[in-house]
Design a protein around this ligand. Structure first.
Ligand code: PAF
Length: 280
């Protein structure tokens, strides 16, 4: 596996592969890799000839009071996992390589980025859309894999690529879960043992709400029941909402013929858990 930390090195390696006709698959990450990330590597591998995984803890997507400094970092462990997963190139830009001094351009995706995580974390999706656009352009990726766990992020990135005519195919990859349903996340390591036991309630509540809505129950009632269950279980729901899957437009009732998703965020101790499910 090649390792590059500056853009000229990255471009030279990718140029040589591209000259031989190889299609490039990108897996953007912030490191602290788990099996969810490795499923993104597998999806990129299935869609392309060469897999590039980026590890970059992107400062522009963290707010001033967020956890940039405590974001878990384990470069050696991450590289070993990528190597074992069959990744061809690890792209590890420094902050200076990604954001040279004097930079004045950012990518702002209106609409889809505005509610939910966008409302809770002002500026977050501008940072995500900007860094992902840069990663697409740096690598010239033909395909890029994103986890469905961050559903809104997936829609924001897809919208940005479409709107900017970036010829990258966005590959949505199903959420990888623990046996008890908890979605894998680099932040789960900050849950205490007691919190870890309560955490699967988020997925369970989402599934119950989705089944109730699919069975024709009133959506507002099903979501309110879900929020109550979370509170009773010691989680602090931030939102539990039915949305149009692609636009993130909130729906107050099921819309037959429209792909729908229930998205949720809840706080448990110092950790903000995110999850979502489809409404069948
Ligand atoms: O999901 C993540 O880990 C990050 O938001 C991403 C897509 C790598 C951009 O920094």
């Amino acid at each position: 596996m090649l390792i590059h930390r500056d853009i000229p090195g990255l471009r030279a390696a990718l140029g040589a592969w591209r000259a031989r006709g190889a299609r490039i698959g990108l897996v953007p990450t912030m490191g602290a890799l788990h099996d969810g990330h490795l499923s993104l590597v597998a999806a990129a591998r299935a869609a392309a000839d060469v897999v590039v995984a980026s590890i970059f803890v992107n400062p522009t997507q963290f707010g001033p009071n967020e956890d940039l400094s405590r974001y878990p970092r384990d470069e050696a462990g991450d590289l070993a996992k990528l190597r074992a997963a069959g990744c061809d190139l690890a792209w590890l830009p420094t902050v200076e390589a990604m954001y040279p001094p004097g930079g004045a351009t950012a990518v702002e995706v209106r609409g889809v980025s505005e509610g939910f995580e966008g409302a809770a974390r002002p500026g977050h999706f501008r940072g995500v859309a900007t860094v992902c656009t840069k990663l697409f352009l740096q690598t010239g990726a033909d395909a890029a894999a994103f986890g469905e766990k961050d559903w809104q992020q997936l829609q924001v990135v897809r919208r940005a690529a479409r709107d900017l005519d970036i010829p990258v195919r966005i590959l949505p990859v199903p959420t990888v879960r623990e046996a008890d349903g908890l979605a894998l996340s680099s932040r789960n390591r900050f849950l205490s043992p007691g919190e870890r036991e309560r955490a699967p309630l988020l997925h369970a509540s989402l599934l119950r709400a989705a089944a109730a809505i699919a069975a024709g129950r009133d959506a507002a009632e099903a979501l309110a029941t879900g929020e109550d269950a979370l509170r009773r279980g010691g989680l602090m729901p931030d939102y539990l909402a039915l949305v149009e899957a692609e636009t993130m437009r909130p729906l107050d009732r099921a819309a037959p013929g429209t792909a729908m998703r229930i998205v949720a965020a809840a706080r448990l101790g110092t950790v903000r858990l995110l999850d979502n499910v489809a409404v069948p």
